[in-house]
Each structure stands twice: as C-alpha cells, then as structure tokens.
Write a protein that binds this ligand. Structure first.
Ligand code: NAD
Length: 295
C-alpha cells in the first residue's frame, strides 16, 4: 500500500485527503491549523508534528497550499523539505501557483534526483468532496503516469497539459475565464433584477439561451437561485475572493511575460481587488454579485 505525506488541509486539501484515506492509502498529514488534522486522525490518518515529519518514509508527497511563496518556502531553501527528503518520493504539488515558481521548484527537486509535478485542480470544494476534481498536470510522461492512479482517487479527469509548469499555465487561463464569466453573470443578473425580473426565472431563461455558462448554471452567484452553492449560504466557504484575486495576478504575470493582451482579465482582477478592499476577501468569489448590488 502506498504511503502519502499530505501537507495543506484547507478547504480543498482536507476533502482530497479524505478521499485518499477512503481509497485505502496510508496518510501522514500536516497543516499549520490543527482542526482538520483531528478530523483525519478520526479516519485513521497519522497526524505529523511538522511538514518534515509528514514526509518521512513516504512514497508520495502531496501539497495543497495557498500560493507560490507558501510552496517555495515549504520545499526550497535551507529549511525546505527538499533538503530533508529521504528516499525518492514522487512530489505532487496541487496548489495553484505561478508557472515560473512551479518550474523553479521542480528543477530544484530534479537537481536532487527527485521527480516533481505541478497538478493544480479545478472543480472547487464540491468536486474535492465528491472525488470528481479535474487535475491539470505539468511534468514528463513517466512522472504523469506514476501520479495518475493517485490523482484518480481524488478526481475524475486527469489531463497532461505538457512539461513542468504547463499545468499551472492551463489552470490560470481557466481561472481567468472563470472570473470573467462569473462577473458577467453577476452583472447580467443584477441588470435583470433591477429591471423587475425574478433572478431564478432570468437564470432559467439564460441557461437555455446563448448566455449559458458554468457560473450561471452550476454556481449561480445570486442568493436563493440555487441550493447548496455559496450564494445561498451567505457566500461562506468555496473559493475565496482573495484566492481568485491571486490567480488573476498569476494570469497577469504570465500575460506580461509574453506580452499577451488580457483586457478582460485585467478588468476582472481590478474588480476583485475592489471587492476585496470592501472587506469581502474571505467570502466565496461568487460574492462579486454584491459589487453590483452596492453592498
Ligand atoms: P485554504 O487557504 O483553505 O487552505 C490552505 C491550507 O494550507 C490551510 O489550511 C493552511 O493552514 C495550510 N498551510 C499554509 N502553509 C502551510 C505550511 N507551511 N505547512 C502546512 N500547512 C500550511 O486554501 P484552499 O481553498 O484549500 O486552496 C488551496 C489551493 O487550491 C490554492 O492554491 C487555491 O488557489 C487552489 N484551489 C482552490 C479551489 C477552491 O475552490 N477553494 C479550487 C481550485 C483550486
């Protein structure tokens, strides 16, 4: 049975780790926050006292951290895990980070004879809980093939995007598009409501018309239109505004590096920055609806 060291058990990491336990993997888990560790302990995982402790004698290391600096400091530098790894575990970083950071850390791993993949995910907390995430993987084919069975325990679609960093490039393109259609959906819903329409009726019409998109159909931002989405739970949980803002920043950096024009992404980033400044950084990203209703 494969032994996995799992570091970062937040909104996404915790349900992902639970699915690995359900699929009979042996887990060593660590997070700076003790709360999710207790939940996993009750399921049979071993709770480590540090990240270094979590990766002792494991076959695979998985990390699911907020952003590039977290990943870089976890793995690199004199106190980083790369300096203390024993054996040859496969490293899979599932965080959404800058492609350049992913390439840098995987190169540092390769310099130590280790294999490291970037494998960011799409599908949100619901996908993580259901084990239906989409994994978007960057690395070579052998690394991809070794990681695939483990990723299949947490996801239903596993894509090989290309070499190291390619998973991150594909992920940030997707999230830039997601931000743009979420904002457009919120704008259209607000326009309809301000003109006297019922948001549910308007959503049903647009879902069956050419305005159909994922934000409208699966993750509707207007409170009360859909059950079990953050909009109907005071925008609690889900994918935080500050994480979307971070991803849009990564998209802007990637655009700048090749002089790609991203007018919609630039505007989306600015609107999410404004929304965060209004004190909504820790709400789900569909709360951008509030920007239109002036809250
Ligand atoms: P989160 O903030 O809920 O979880 C991150 C966890 O990492 C926290 O529990 C934190 O305590 C832990 N952590 C930070 N530094 C650590 C360290 N040095 N050692 C151990 N633990 C550490 O974030 P999340 O929503 O789970 O997102 C994680 C990543 O997945 C992000 O890069 C995000 O962009 C991406 N993502 C999130 C979603 C979503 O819907 N939430 C969807 C797709 C991708």
């Amino acid at each position: 049975m494969k032994k996995i060291g799992f570091i970062g058990l937040g909104h996404m990491g915790l349900p992902m780790a639970k699915n690995l336990v359900k699929n009979q993997y042996q887990l060593n888990v660590f997070d700076l926050n003790p709360e999710p560790l207790q939940e996993l302990k009750a399921l049979g995982a071993h709770v480590a006292i540090s990240a270094t402790d979590a990766i002792q004698n494991v076959d695979v290391i998985i990390s699911m951290l907020p952003s590039s600096p977290h990943v870089e400091s976890l793995y690199s530098g004199p106190d980083g895990l790369l300096a203390s790894i024993t054996g040859k575990p496969l490293i899979i970083d599932c965080s959404t980070i800058a492609p350049d950071c992913a390439r840098r850390v995987s190169k540092a791993a390769a310099d130590k004879g280790l294999h490291m993949l970037d494998a960011p995910v799409s599908g949100g907390v619901a996908g993580a809980e259901a084990g239906t995430l989409t994994f978007i993987v960057g690395g070579n084919s052998d690394e991809f093939n070794s990681a695939k069975p483990i990723l299949e325990a947490m996801g239903s679609k596993i894509f090989h995007a290309g070499d190291h960093g390619a998973g991150q490039v594909a992920k940030i393109c997707n999230n830039m598009l997601l931000a743009v259609h979420m904002i457009g959906t919120a704008e259209a819903l607000n326009l309809g409501v301000e003109n006297g329409l019922d948001p549910k009726v308007l959503s049903d019409i647009m879902v069956s018309s050419s305005g159909r998109n994922w934000s409208l159909e699966v993750y509707n931002p207007y409170p009360g239109v859909m059950e079990n989405v953050p909009a109907s739970k005071s925008y609690d949980g889900g994918f935080l505004v500050d994480l979307m803002h971070k991803d849009l920043g990564l998209a802007m950096e990637a655009a700048q590096s090749v002089k790609a024009s991203t007018p919609m992404g630039t505007l989306a980033r600015s609107l999410y920055a404004m929304h965060s400044q209004h004190g909504h950084g820790q709400l789900d990203f569909s709360s951008i609806q509030k920007l239109f209703s002036g809250e």
